[in-house]
Design a protein around this ligand. Structure first.
Ligand SMILES: [Zn+2]
Length: 320
């Protein structure tokens, strides 16, 4: 008997079924509502800080930092969170307190940063071209995965990838001057935005602080080069993709140290002939073990990056 591959609808329904089953096991949360706590970190720059942990029903997927920049035309919103419901809460804040929404930017294609786009489909939603393409290619699978993890928080969420591709460079929106910075390393296309008025750098996931970086699409060498260029901007303040506001340069230094530490750890592991399980069991680098989302982020990173370290270290069988 042959088994047909499940259709997209079946996959999605499967995700919903998993969510329903897990809600029987974990009935604790009553109403799934987001309590946003926006605070102004510089003149007209509002930040909503995400939880430091991994995506989980306990945090409703609200793990990434969101930034809203006030302009004469309404808010420029940078990233929209993991769910339609989070996006709606964000929209309500912008509408009630910041005069509406002028535009939305997505820093990169990871789903915790843009599945809230649904609340802004009547506004321009912008991203680097490669992020837009990656969101289009992966959106349905991301949504399926998040339904399985977040359950009821995801109710009604459907992927709405960014609709407009932007190029790096200066842009003025509602009288506010921004510099769009196109980098890569965390993913194939990472957008950072410098607010010229306050010197605030909205870094997306090029920077993490006190939360283990996630590396599913990482190119560590490219990422380190991007960090050099961000350092050259000498920003007055930094909003990392995950973690608290930083005015001291700690996010840059810590992200660089983490990438170097992980790179070194993996190179030594494959050179010594360890298995990925042995590398996982060794646990995160001690100086980073207490970070948010560790050890699970370290475990995931070993699985995600192992093959490339191994193939770099081992001689090609039958090679010339
Ligand atoms: Zn992220």
């Amino acid at each position: 008997m042959t088994r047909r591959a499940p259709s997209r609808r079946q996959v999605l329904l499967g995700g919903v079924a998993i969510a329903a089953a897990s809600s029987l096991v974990r009935p604790a949360r009553a109403a799934s509502t987001y309590a946003l706590n926006p605070f102004e970190v510089a003149g007209g720059v509002w930040m909503i800080e995400g939880a430091q942990e991994s995506l989980d029903a306990a945090n409703g997927g609200a793990i990434c930092n969101i930034v809203l920049l006030e302009t004469d035309a309404g808010a420029v919103i940078v990233d929209t969170g993991s769910t339609a419901r989070f996006g709606a809460a964000l929209r309500a804040f912008a509408d009630q307190r910041l005069g509406g929404v002028a535009a939305v930017f997505n820093t990169h294609h990871h789903p915790d940063h843009w599945l809230g786009n649904q609340a802004f489909t009547d506004r321009p939603i912008k991203a680097l071209a490669d992020s837009k393409a990656a969101a289009e290619a992966n959106g349905a699978d991301y949504a399926t995965a998040l339904y399985a993890i977040l359950g009821n928080w995801m109710t009604g969420t459907a992927p709405h990838p960014p609709a407009q591709a932007v190029a790096p460079g200066p842009v003025v929106i509602g009288g506010r001057a921004l510099r769009l910075i196109g980098e890569a390393g965390h993913t194939g296309a990472d957008l950072a935005i410098l607010d010229e008025e306050t010197g605030t750098l909205v870094a997306g996931d090029l920077l993490f602080l006190d939360r283990a970086p996630s590396l599913p699409d990482a190119d560590i060498a490219a990422w380190k080069r991007a960090l050099e260029r961000l350092a050259d901007l000498n920003p007055a303040g930094v909003v990392p993709g995950h973690g608290p506001l930083d005015r001291t340069g700690a996010a840059l230094a810590q992200t660089r140290a983490y990438l170097e530490g992980f790179d070194d750890r993996m190179k030594r592991a494959v050179t010594r002939g360890l298995s990925p399980m042995e590398a996982i069991l060794a646990g995160p680098m001690p100086e980073f073990a207490a970070m948010g989302a560790n050890p699970e982020e370290y475990h995931r990173s070993v699985v995600q990056r192992w093959t490339e370290y191994e193939s770099e270290a081992l001689p090609v069988v039958g090679g010339a």
